[in-house]
Design a protein around this ligand. Sequence first.
Ligand SMILES: CSCCC(=O)/C(O)=C/O
Ligand SMILES: [Fe+2]
Ligand code: NI
Length: 237
Amino acid sequence: MASKTTTPPSASHPPFLLPNQEGISSSHSQGNKFCTHGKTTEDDREEVIQAWYMDDSDEDQRLPHHREPKEFVSLEQLAELGVLSWRLDADNYETDEKLKKIREERGYSYMDFCEVCPEKLPNYEEKIKNFFEEHLHTDEEIRYCVAGSGYFDVRDRNDAWIRVLVKKGGMIVLPAGIYHRFTLDTDNYIKAMRLFIGDPIWTPFNRPHDHLPARKEYVENFVHKEAANHAVNTAAA
Ligand SMILES: CSCCC(=O)/C(O)=C/O
Ligand SMILES: [Fe+2]
Ligand code: NI
């Protein structure tokens, strides 16, 4: 299970297969540094994607909802929940070779944009409400923030909410079957590229939908297996 931190993202786990700036590699992060084969480089994803455990307050959903003291979650910990992340050049997405490579490697053939603001999104109030209902999808939810920002909240293995702030240049993949929700932050605007493998299916299945194969597979791959990994690593330490 992902361990909690009271300082900005730091690493606590042995290598897992994680995306880095180049693509896919086996890596191990150290603080906000990313160590690949002995070379340590800054993990610049953290400039556009940050995550933390949420408090329990009923205040405005658009506020950060940090715990006191703050408990940050590293991108590596997110990856252990199946949440992948990249930093991309949002000013040049049309010609960005890195985006092209990710799309080719992961089969993201479909692409469109979703702009969330009253002027651009039909049925804005209803959509905002629906986005914030806890739900899952039977496919990955792939969002690349090309302008503005927003919060993608995901459940951890103990059902605690992790708030994932995605700013311009941040791209995340939420795995099929993970319970999550979305809200704008207090800046009230995001423009996100939506990617998909083949013809898109955006259907949200509001919680509970635990009987769906996508949910069962998620639990098997990212809850049970990861819990087992931790037990082995703890025993070996
Ligand atoms: C910024 S994209 C809108 C949110 C969305 O599409 C979704 O499915 C949230 O879970
Ligand atoms: Fe969703
Ligand atoms: Ni963990």
